[in-house]
Write a protein that binds this ligand. Structure first.
Ligand code: 5GP
Ligand code: ZN
Length: 302
């Protein structure tokens, strides 16, 4: 724990991360952003030739899609929704006096039809479904979004608002599982170029509650989720910096994603945790990028 606090403190002291008064919600310096930008170019170098369709969604998604995704069933503890003041003049007076008296003014805030995006790929499935059948050669998408997860922490690698770059593949089972394997191999190769020690391990999502334990066990038993782990806060508990997820036909069925032959599409996504990868680089090679090993600097900046 001390080690974790000290990495966060060192990041604050160096100005790479900037305190906002909330654990897990940080500003980033130009230098921090430059590392992320360079790493994203590296992702393009490895994946660009695949010809994925690039789409950028904002960090909020339609509440109707969020509801249908089932996120509240599986991860209610992590979800964030946008609420706003929707009253009249009279309500406004009430709001101001409530704030003045230091009372809880947020109770009167009403839900808007926007939820905070929990993973970059969530808005994609309904978007692609609306377009009609997917070609038999499959669909490949390149996404990046800020994501929100309500899990305040002093561990710098656990942030409440962070960026996820994702590739999502839709097609036959064979097609999407090959895609996932290809990115597991590429992920290891990329981190090797960056001088980072990695291991890939089976994983599960943090499903909520007692019923969630069954879902998590099922996910593990079926090898549906793998993570690429890099020691950042500690060697004993390395941090998931990438995840490789096979959804079988679950999202295809939920969203009505069909291939041209009428079969339900299988889907898989691979996600890069951009802040976590930047933090892994700073933790391993030091807070001053000028003294990072030449090979690492070349991999990032050419
Ligand atoms: P997943 O959807 O597998 O939970 O997350 C995909 C990737 O996003 C993870 O492998 C990780 O790199 C990143 N990620 C997940 N949670 C957090 C978090 O709390 N903070 C940060 N900075 N990155 C996260
Ligand atoms: Zn995803």
């Amino acid at each position: 724990m001390d080690m974790q606090v000290s990495l966060l403190d060192r990041l604050f002291d160096s100005g790479l991360l900037i305190e906002t008064g909330v654990d897990g919600l940080y500003g980033r310096s130009g230098q921090f952003e430059d590392v992320i930008a360079a790493f994203e170019r590296m992702i393009d170098r490895f994946g660009g030739a695949d010809g994925a369709e690039a789409i950028r969604f904002p960090p909020g998604m339609a509440m109707s899609y969020f509801e249908k995704s089932g996120y509240m069933k599986s991860f209610p503890q992590l979800a964030g929704t946008v609420h706003s003041f929707c009253g009249n003049d009279h309500d406004h007076m009430g709001l101001l006096s409530c704030m003045e008296e230091g009372k809880d003014w947020t109770k009167e805030q009403k839900a808007t039809n926007i939820a905070l995006t929990p993973a970059a790929c969530y808005p994609l499935y309904p978007t692609v479904a609306k377009r009609g059948p997917i070609a038999m050669t499959g669909g490949l998408y390149d996404l990046q979004s800020y994501c929100f997860r309500h899990e305040p922490s002093r561990e710098p690698t656990r942030q409440q608002m962070f960026r996820m770059r994702e590739y999502v593949c839709m097609g036959t089972e064979h097609h999407v599982t090959e895609f996932r394997q290809k990115w597991m191999d590429r992920g290891v190769q990329m981190m090797e170029e960056l001088g980072l020690k990695v291991e890939i391990d089976i994983a599960n999502d943090p499903f909520f509650g007692r019923a969630g334990r069954l879902l998590a066990n099922n996910q593990r038993d079926q090898n549906l989720k793998f993570e690429l782990l890099i020691p950042v806060n500690s060697n004993a508990n390395p941090t998931a910096c990438m995840s490789f997820n096979y959804h079988q036909d679950a999202f295809g069925t939920k969203w009505g994603l069909n291939l041209e032959d009428g079969s339900v599409a299988h889907t898989a996504c691979v996600g890069f945790g951009l802040e976590r990868i930047a933090l892994a680089l700073f933790a391993h090679h030091g807070l001053d990028v000028k003294v990072w090993p030449d090979a690492v600097r070349t991999a990032l900046w050419g």
